[in-house]
Design a protein around this ligand. Structure first.
Ligand code: ATP
Ligand code: MG
Length: 449
């Protein structure tokens, strides 16, 4: 189990960010040449589709190990997506700090050797990677302390307050009584979330006072760390009916003068029928004035946290208001659409920026809307089932679109198995087509024992 931070510890980390940042950035350097005789090592801790996107970029853009970049991927199960694309891989429990340290040191024995460590997932021992980085000089990107803040909703909200950023009205509660009081003050509806989770686990929208206690229990049961604390937010019903959601990605990288600067990806728009990632597209339809706000907020966050690499800021847009929701210290699932729509995708940008290589100017490379839609394993699966086959004949050839099949060896209900993509001048048509490709792909995967 992960230890949850106490309120004092949260303030302590946030108070120290400035000095951590100065110390950490002082150790980073741009890379001047790629050398096959001494390749730089890129480790992806977590090798899902987002890890795969970064690992394959070493080959797509730089010629892989013979071009001067050696790739390594870790995950907790055999057959993970980045396993066969990485030059080396390890399978182990990444929550085990000793194992994590052992394998990082196996591939980067000397922290002064050129390398970058990408934390693709949150379910790892982030305290150990923090220690390895701050005490021994390992380069954990975007920063070693970022995950401690970004994984913890309470710490993230304090950061928003410190930076004076717009966010949803929020509070926290450590007991049923406190929750009842806070919810009453705030006014229903509210949304109750565990302090640490992702993909909507443990979250409930509460419309009636009589449902508050159950929502509190549910959040506690599904929380990633232990403890009694939950986060309460004012629920914005207009978000789904009139608003939209944006992921504003920022890349911190070295410029030609060797300074660390921020570059911005175009805002990615996404829709979620429920809590988890479902579809995203580029370009977004938000007004330029709103886009400017999204960027300004994201820039403040990236500038505050520092380091190099990608930050993904989740934002809610309703009318001309932008509310900052969450921050990821790494690439984001909604950003997978960048693989088809930008001259350099978010995986390649993570690899390139974190190794200290120069990045190109980031541009949309297609003159149409590109919509990505998740391909999910069916709800009827109980526990875990093997993937037996993928029927490519039934899938047929895709027109004005694409399919990225991840090749995961097993599935549980709702697991992400692939991503369908469609392109069209009309966003509405592209959304419908992407959904059709996704549903066809879902019907082509055969599961068994
Ligand atoms: N206060 C709110 N009002 C309205 N909708 C909300 C609110 N908070 C969250 N949501 C909806 O729920 C989604 C998931 O919320 P959030 O990002 O906080 O949770 P999560 O568990 O971290 O999910 P993920 O890991 O997929 O980002 C949001 O993208 C949004 O659609
Ligand atoms: Mg989120």
């Amino acid at each position: 189990m992960i230890k949850k931070l106490s309120i004092d510890e949260r303030f302590e980390i946030l108070k120290n960010v400035n000095s951590y940042r100065r110390e950490y950035e002082g150790k980073l350097q741009p890379m001047e040449r790629l050398r096959p005789d001494r390749p730089a090592t890129f480790i992806s801790i977590g090798g899902g589709e987002l890890g795969d996107l970064a690992i394959t970029a070493a080959k797509r853009h730089y010629g892989g190990i013979n071009g001067g970049i050696k790739t390594v991927a870790f995950d907790r199960y055999h057959g993970f997506p980045a396993q066969d694309s990485a030059d080396y891989y390890e399978v182990f429990n990444m929550m085990d700090g000793d194992m994590l340290e052992k394998y990082i040191k196996k591939y980067v024995p000397n922290p002064n050797d050129p390398h970058a460590i990408y934390l693709e997932v949150e379910m790892i021992d982030t305290e150990r990677t923090f220690k390895l980085s701050m005490e021994e000089g390992y380069k954990v990107m975007s920063t070693p302390y970022g995950p401690l803040i970004c994984m913890d909703r309470h710490a993230t909200k304090i950061m928003f307050n410190m930076l004076g950023l717009e966010r949803v009205e929020w509070a926290y509660a450590n007991s049923e009584e406190e929750l009842l009081r806070v919810a009453k003050d705030m006014g229903l509806p509210v949304i109750i979330k565990p302090v640490m989770t992702s993909s909507g686990h443990g979250t409930s929208i509460v419309m009636r006072e009589s449902d508050l206690i159950n929502a509190y229990k549910y959040a506690k049961e599904h929380a990633r760390g232990f403890g009694d604390e939950v986060i309460i937010e004012k629920f914005l019903p207009r978000l789904k009916s009139e608003g939209t959601e944006i992921t504003q990605i920022v890349v911190r990288h070295f410029d030609e003068e060797g300074r660390i600067v921020n570059s911005f990806l175009p805002p990615i728009e996404h829709k979620r029928p429920a809590a988890t990632y479902h579809e995203s597209w580029l370009p977004s339809r938000i007004e330029p004035s709103i886009g400017k706000k999204c960027k300004e907020y994201a820039a403040k966050i990236a500038e505050f946290l520092g380091g190099i690499g990608i930050y993904a800021v989740e934002q809610f847009v309703i009318g001309d208001k932008v509310y900052n929701n969450e921050v990821a210290n790494r690439p984001h699932d909604t950003g997978m659409i960048t693989r088809w729509m930008l001259n350099m995708d978010e995986g390649a940008l993570q690899l390139t920026s974190t190794l200290g290589l120069p990045i190109p100017s980031i541009e949309i490379s297609r003159r149409a809307y590109g919509v990505a839609h998740v391909v999910l394993a069916p709800q009827w699966i109980k526990g875990e089932k093997k993937v037996l086959s993928f029927n490519v004949k039934k899938m047929g050839s895709i027109k004005n679109g694409d399919l990225w099949y991840f090749g995961k060896p097993t599935a549980y209900a709702g697991r992400r198995m692939g991503l369908a993509v469609a392109f069209n001048e009309s966003l509405e048509v592209a959304r419908i087509e992407a959904e059709k490709i996704a549903h066809l792909a879902e019907s082509c995967i055969e599961y068994g024992d």
